[in-house]
Design a protein around this ligand. Sequence first.
Ligand SMILES: [Ca+2]
Ligand SMILES: [Ca+2]
Length: 109
Amino acid sequence: MDELTLDQAIEAEILGTLAEYKARAADGKLTVDDLWAVAAEAFSGVVTIGRLFFDDEDLRPALIAAVERSYDRWIEPLDLPGPDSLLDPMLRSIAREVVGRIYDRLAAA
Ligand SMILES: [Ca+2]
Ligand SMILES: [Ca+2]
Protein backbone atom coordinates (compact mmCIF):
# COMPACT_ATOMS: atom_id res chain seq x y z
CA MET A 1 0.00 0.00 0.00
CA ASP A 2 1.46 3.38 -0.85
CA GLU A 3 0.96 6.43 1.32
CA LEU A 4 -1.88 7.72 -0.79
CA THR A 5 -3.86 4.53 -0.34
CA LEU A 6 -3.32 4.55 3.42
CA ASP A 7 -4.41 8.19 3.48
CA GLN A 8 -7.50 7.30 1.52
CA ALA A 9 -8.37 4.57 4.01
CA ILE A 10 -7.91 6.99 6.90
CA GLU A 11 -9.88 9.72 5.16
CA ALA A 12 -12.75 7.33 4.53
CA GLU A 13 -12.74 6.50 8.24
CA ILE A 14 -12.60 10.18 9.21
CA LEU A 15 -15.54 10.96 6.96
CA GLY A 16 -17.46 8.03 8.42
CA THR A 17 -16.63 9.23 11.92
CA LEU A 18 -17.77 12.76 11.08
CA ALA A 19 -21.04 11.40 9.68
CA GLU A 20 -21.56 9.37 12.84
CA TYR A 21 -20.67 12.41 14.93
CA LYS A 22 -23.23 14.54 13.09
CA ALA A 23 -25.92 11.87 13.41
CA ARG A 24 -25.35 11.55 17.16
CA ALA A 25 -24.97 15.28 17.67
CA ALA A 26 -28.31 15.79 15.90
CA ASP A 27 -29.89 13.60 18.58
CA GLY A 28 -28.36 15.82 21.23
CA LYS A 29 -27.03 12.66 22.84
CA LEU A 30 -23.38 12.89 21.90
CA THR A 31 -20.85 12.40 24.65
CA VAL A 32 -17.08 12.48 24.55
CA ASP A 33 -17.11 8.76 25.30
CA ASP A 34 -19.31 8.20 22.25
CA LEU A 35 -16.96 10.15 20.06
CA TRP A 36 -13.97 8.28 21.41
CA ALA A 37 -15.69 4.95 20.78
CA VAL A 38 -16.57 5.93 17.23
CA ALA A 39 -13.05 7.15 16.49
CA ALA A 40 -11.37 4.12 18.06
CA GLU A 41 -13.59 1.75 16.11
CA ALA A 42 -12.88 3.56 12.86
CA PHE A 43 -9.16 3.63 13.52
CA SER A 44 -8.96 -0.07 14.33
CA GLY A 45 -10.24 -0.66 10.79
CA VAL A 46 -7.42 1.50 9.42
CA VAL A 47 -4.83 -0.43 11.44
CA THR A 48 -6.19 -3.71 10.11
CA ILE A 49 -5.80 -2.43 6.55
CA GLY A 50 -2.34 -0.97 7.25
CA ARG A 51 -1.11 -4.27 8.66
CA LEU A 52 -1.58 -5.86 5.28
CA PHE A 53 1.01 -3.52 3.80
CA PHE A 54 3.46 -2.49 6.51
CA ASP A 55 5.73 -4.37 8.87
CA ASP A 56 4.83 -3.74 12.50
CA GLU A 57 7.77 -1.41 13.12
CA ASP A 58 6.92 0.67 10.04
CA LEU A 59 3.17 0.78 10.57
CA ARG A 60 3.12 3.02 13.67
CA PRO A 61 5.07 5.95 12.12
CA ALA A 62 3.22 5.45 8.81
CA LEU A 63 -0.13 5.75 10.58
CA ILE A 64 0.93 8.81 12.55
CA ALA A 65 2.20 10.54 9.40
CA ALA A 66 -0.99 9.65 7.54
CA VAL A 67 -3.15 10.99 10.37
CA GLU A 68 -1.19 14.26 10.30
CA ARG A 69 -1.72 14.59 6.57
CA SER A 70 -5.39 13.78 7.01
CA TYR A 71 -5.71 16.33 9.79
CA ASP A 72 -4.19 19.01 7.58
CA ARG A 73 -6.50 18.14 4.76
CA TRP A 74 -9.81 17.53 6.51
CA ILE A 75 -9.82 19.03 9.98
CA GLU A 76 -7.50 22.03 9.84
CA PRO A 77 -9.63 23.86 7.25
CA LEU A 78 -12.67 23.68 9.58
CA ASP A 79 -13.48 26.70 11.69
CA LEU A 80 -13.43 25.20 15.17
CA PRO A 81 -15.49 26.64 18.00
CA GLY A 82 -12.70 28.78 19.46
CA PRO A 83 -9.36 30.22 18.36
CA ASP A 84 -8.09 27.96 15.60
CA SER A 85 -4.54 29.30 15.88
CA LEU A 86 -4.42 27.61 19.30
CA LEU A 87 -6.80 24.71 18.76
CA ASP A 88 -5.46 23.32 15.50
CA PRO A 89 -1.87 22.70 16.70
CA MET A 90 -3.23 21.29 19.96
CA LEU A 91 -5.71 18.93 18.30
CA ARG A 92 -3.14 17.85 15.73
CA SER A 93 -0.74 16.98 18.52
CA ILE A 94 -3.49 15.14 20.41
CA ALA A 95 -4.39 13.25 17.23
CA ARG A 96 -0.77 12.08 16.90
CA GLU A 97 -0.73 10.93 20.49
CA VAL A 98 -4.11 9.24 20.39
CA VAL A 99 -3.30 7.38 17.21
CA GLY A 100 -0.04 6.13 18.70
CA ARG A 101 -1.82 4.99 21.84
CA ILE A 102 -4.64 3.26 19.99
CA TYR A 103 -2.09 1.55 17.81
CA ASP A 104 -0.09 0.38 20.84
CA ARG A 105 -3.23 -0.97 22.45
CA LEU A 106 -4.24 -2.84 19.31
CA ALA A 107 -0.70 -4.12 18.79
CA ALA A 108 -0.61 -5.48 22.34
CA ALA A 109 -3.96 -7.24 21.97
CA1 LIG B 1 -9.11 25.27 11.55
CA1 LIG C 1 -12.58 29.31 15.16
